[in-house]
Write a protein that binds this ligand. Structure first.
Ligand SMILES: [Zn+2]
Ligand SMILES: [Zn+2]
Length: 168
């Protein structure tokens, strides 16, 4: 994912990268192909990159365990500074380039931000009913006879909280 920056005129440039996910050294949950669209703005001694990538992913639902496929979008901005003394920075989004750099490789950034964009919580659908905690049946597919008791509405906020805390 190399962008040549020598002889690049001031202003906006567009690049698209499309390839197999292996190229980014990513495997599960990623699969298939990915696409990254780059808008590069050259301003004096700066390159400002805006990168939007689309990935295909397979997750296991946190509630019912079913494997499902979905897409994942990841975007980030990166500012490359030329002609600056490299200093330690806490920021993820600033890189330094030497004056004579003639190309940049965005592969490791695209990879890093792809990994960061994997959600903590993965649900096959928002309203996934999950598995019965007694008999283990998938309640999306069938209703079991374990309990017909409705959850006391007063407990609902607590259940939602439990759901949020269940990050795996
Ligand atoms: Zn589910
Ligand atoms: Zn049950």
């Amino acid at each position: 994912m190399i962008i040549k920056i020598s002889n690049l005129s001031e202003g906006e440039h567009n690049f698209v990268f499309e390839d197999k996910i292996d190229v980014l050294d990513l495997d599960r949950p990623f699969y298939g192909k990915y696409k990254s669209s780059v808008i590069l703005n050259k301003l004096h001694d700066q390159l400002i990159l805006s990168v939007v990538s689309d990935f295909k992913v397979k997750y296991d639902c946190d509630r019912c365990g079913v494997q499902y496929r979905t897409s994942l979008k990841s975007d980030y901005k990166m500012i490359y500074l030329m002609n600056e003394v490299p200093v330690e920075t806490e920021s993820l989004n600033v890189s330094y380039l030497s004056r004579d750099a003639d190309k940049i490789n965005i592969k490791s950034d695209v990879r890093e931000f792809a990994l960061l964009s994997i959600p903590m919580k993965k649900l096959c659908k928002d309203e996934c009913k999950g598995l019965c905690y007694k008999c283990g049946k998938d309640l999306n597919k069938e209703q079991c006879n374990c309990s017909t008791e409705e959850i006391d509405p007063r407990w609902k906020p607590l259940m939602n909280l439990k759901d949020k805390l269940n990050l795996n």
